[in-house]
Ligand binder design. Structure first.
Ligand SMILES: O=P(O)(O)OC[C@H]1O[C@H](OP(=O)(O)OP(=O)(O)O)[C@H](O)[C@@H]1O
Ligand SMILES: Nc1ncnc2[nH]cnc12
Length: 186
């Protein structure tokens, strides 16, 4: 069963995301997608909206960013009938990896990918829940490109327009699709 995208739109999704002021630190308005995930209707809406966008685009593999990109990315990969590749925080992947360090809205992080996860010239869809500074998404793009993959598109539910992360990603010649755009400020 699939919802047609016109039936319930992205506005409903925007309202369903819970906003928590000052988490994990003062001044951050945390956008909590668990409220979407825990609702059967909204989780389906989210996955279906993305499925409709990518079902005709010859995606070879979906890569998801640790941790929330795993949830959306795995569901999307299943729908598109392709495999799923996790891009994980440092030290979690057991086989040979390559890594990329980047800056976050609140700190620093390194992400890794297995060296055999992406085939050369593979058409990769990169997925996360949101783009804040864009650092995480760009680190993912970098890893996929280092392995010879083509990022067909990077996608997320939400993009914070005040932080220019989306702009930064697009300036790096990465097509970026976000279902929602808002001023992430409190
Ligand atoms: O655009 P950016 O500034 O890079 O921020 C966006 C990233 O931050 C959050 O993850 P976080 O690093 O908090 O990790 P988590 O998913 O493990 O909570 C979010 O899920 C994105 O992955
Ligand atoms: N404001 C925010 N809410 C949720 N996840 C985030 N990752 C980076 N900034 C975030």
């Amino acid at each position: 069963m699939m919802y047609h995208p016109d039936v319930m739109g992205v506005d409903a999704l925007a309202e369903k995301i819970r906003k928590i002021p000052n988490f994990p630190k003062e001044g951050i308005l945390f956008h909590d997608i668990t409220t979407v995930l825990q609702s059967p209707e909204y989780f389906r809406l989210l996955v279906d909206l993305l499925t409709y966008r990518y079902m005709g685009q010859k995606i070879d593999v979906v890569a998801g960013l640790d941790a929330r990109g795993f949830i959306i990315g795995a569901a999307l990969a299943y729908q598109l009938n392709v495999g799923f590749v996790p891009i994980r925080k440092k030290g979690k992947l057991p086989y040979e990896t390559i890594s990329q360090t980047y800056e976050l809205e609140y700190g620093n992080a390194t992400v890794e990918i297995h060296t055999d996860a992406i085939q050369p010239a593979a058409r990769v869809l990169l997925v996360d829940d949101l783009v804040a500074t864009g650092g995480t998404m760009l680190a993912g793009v970098e890893l996929i490109r280092k392995l010879g993959g083509n990022v067909v598109e990077a996608c997320a539910i939400l993009e914070f327009t005040d932080l220019d992360g989306g702009k930064k990603i697009r300036e790096n010649h990465v097509p970026l699709f976000t279902l929602l755009q808002n001023d992430g400020a409190m």
